[in-house]
Design a protein around this ligand. Structure first.
Ligand SMILES: Cc1ncc(C[n+]2csc(CCOP(=O)(O)OP(=O)(O)O)c2C)c(N)n1
Ligand SMILES: [Mg+2]
Length: 412
């Protein structure tokens, strides 16, 4: 250890990533970099229609991302967190859940919202309308969370409540590598382990927490192994492989439902399960039987773009750092898989791209048609407004009455 308490490995290349994307054999994979199944891969047993839907949602998420960055540059949405490179884990994992399962995400897993078919409802949030986060709740998606890891205890509480009420629902809570350094992460993990909460801890190790590389985030070899300290399994998967992400999430969801005992799902889980053993799990705790158990899933992936539209990644990483990861592009790999297995041709790809463009264009048109209501900012946080907040709301409404709504709108 040096005087900063860091080991040699982490000091050697503080800007580099600990993972060689092409060589890391500890990762659970279904698809190789070229999209062909790796030797001995278990390809999830899904219908052709389901494979096409996964591919379409990957393309929609990528297109949404490009357009969202562009909209931000035009001043049509606020600060945005790009997800290019990370679509495979968000989309693949959501397809492994039932529609009744709850998703609690950080702020970058837009693919999960796309896979729940809530893009139009969601986009208004990024335009400053609270109605955008309210609407996705109807699709069992919690509002996004900016306070790093603060949503994890809430998500575990929800999971525990589902178990307590004997509801067959699990919670997938998404967060980043940086979030694992927060106390909330450890408290949530401990609680879930002790109380058998049906929670899936989906850690997106994208190499960076803004400018802090994963090598400076933790002294452990992997993020998955942190689960051992809390008495449940950790799984490490190629998060840029949508089918591997599907498979490990599916297995973790089965475990959270109590093995085979209480499984059975609708929505994304319609097809056959890949078993409850947890492909590639580290620190197997030997949990069998009907007790719901949580799982920590480390999705190893890479953020192609900036942390947010307010960030300049060239200040802390070289563009050459990104290149090796582009070989694992989740959208390209899924397309190559479909082509290679005869499930899609040029015409099919063109049709899906056209459909994706239309879905995103419609979502933008819908979001831009939402009329802002200044009083919205007081809604949705409380079932009943506390007196002080109600007073502020009444004051605002009185001022609008007196001066006119236009006085409260920004000049375009
Ligand atoms: C409690 C808290 N501390 C600091 C921040 C500032 N912050 C915003 S994003 C971020 C990095 C999070 O990194 P990670 O969890 O890896 O997620 P990623 O952005 O890579 O998806 C930080 C430190 C915050 N939002 N909340
Ligand atoms: Mg990160």
């Amino acid at each position: 250890m040096d005087e900063n308490g860091a080991g040699d490995d982490r000091d050697a290349d503080p800007r580099g990533s600990a993972v060689d994307p092409l060589a890391d054999e500890d990762l659970y994979r279904v698809l190789g970099p070229d999209g062909a199944p790796v030797p001995d891969a278990t390809v999830p047993d899904l219908s052709d229609e389901r494979f096409h839907e996964i591919y379409r949602d990957l393309v929609v998420t990528r297109r949404f991302d490009e357009r969202a960055v562009s909209l931000q540059r035009q001043g049509r949405i606020g600060t945005y967190a790009p997800c290019a490179g990370q679509e495979g884990s968000a989309v693949g994992s959501t397809y492994a859940l039932a529609d009744r399962d709850l998703i609690s995400y950080q702020y970058r897993e837009h693919g999960a919202v796309v896979a729940r078919d809530l893009l139009a409802e969601y986009l208004p949030y990024w335009m400053g309308h609270e109605s955008g986060t309210e609407a996705i709740a109807d699709g069992n998606v919690f509002p996004l969370n900016i306070g790093i890891a603060a949503h994890l205890p809430h998500a575990v509480g929800a999971a525990w409540a589902f178990d307590y009420r004997d509801e067959d629902r699990v919670v997938a809570v998404h967060f980043g590598d940086g979030a694992t350094s927060e106390g909330d992460f450890h408290e949530a993990m401990n609680f879930a382990g002790v109380f058998d909460a049906p929670a899936l801890f989906c850690c997106h190790n994208n190499g960076w927490a803004i400018s802090v590389p994963e090598t400076r985030q933790s002294a452990t070899d992997t993020f998955a192994q942190k689960a051992t300290a809390y008495g449940f399994d950790g799984v490490r998967v190629d998060g840029m492989d949508p089918l591997a992400s599907y498979a490990v999430t599916r297995a973790a969801a089965e475990r959270a439902r109590g093995g085979g005992g209480r499984s059975g799902s609708d929505g994304g889980g319609r097809s056959g399960s890949d078993g409850g053993g947890g492909p590639g799990s580290e620190g197997d705790t030997g949990d069998d039987g009907d007790t719901p158990r949580p799982t920590l899933i480390e999705f190893v992936e890479y953020r192609f773009g900036a942390h947010t539209t307010a960030d300049d990644p060239t200040a802390y990483r070289d563009s050459g750092d990104v290149e090796p990861w582009r070989a694992l592009d989740p959208v390209d790999r899924m397309e190559a898989f479909l082509r290679e297995t005869g499930r899609i041709d040029d015409e099919g790809v063109a049709a899906i791209r056209e459909e994706a463009d239309a879905i995103v264009a419609d979502a933008i048109e819908f979001a831009e048609s939402v009329e802002p209501d200044p009083a919205d900012m007081f809604d949705h946080a409380y079932a009943d407004l506390p007196p002080e907040i109600r007073r502020q709301r009444d004051d605002l409404l009185a001022a609008i009455d007196e001066h006119g709504e236009a006085s409260f709108r920004r000049e375009e």
